[in-house]
Design a protein around this ligand. Structure first.
Ligand SMILES: [Zn+2]
Length: 83
């Protein structure tokens, strides 16, 4: 299942779009580089049911992605967690 959302980096205060491919997991830690400033954004998700996944970010603010494709100048980071 693909989750799509926006993150605002706490390092540079810029937004970018994340496409995150999730598998059910007890607890998975993530570290992704900000495409704007390379700041390491740490997060984790938890959830065995894909409908009830909780995602938390330590170094960024998550907001829901708008409907429709992202703006042309919006970087998109694809993160795949296939085991
Ligand atoms: Zn940044």
């Amino acid at each position: 299942m693909i989750h799509r959302f926006l993150l605002r980096c706490h390092g540079c205060d810029e937004d970018f779009c994340v496409r995150l491919e999730l598998l059910p997991s007890q607890l998975t830690r993530l570290a992704i580089p900000c495409p704007h400033c390379s700041y390491c954004i740490r997060g984790r998700f938890q959830g065995m049911e894909l409908d009830h996944v909780r995602i938390e970010w330590h170094d960024a603010t998550m907001t829901k992605a708008p409907d429709g494709p992202p703006a042309d100048d919006m970087p998109v980071l694809t993160v795949s967690l296939s085991a």
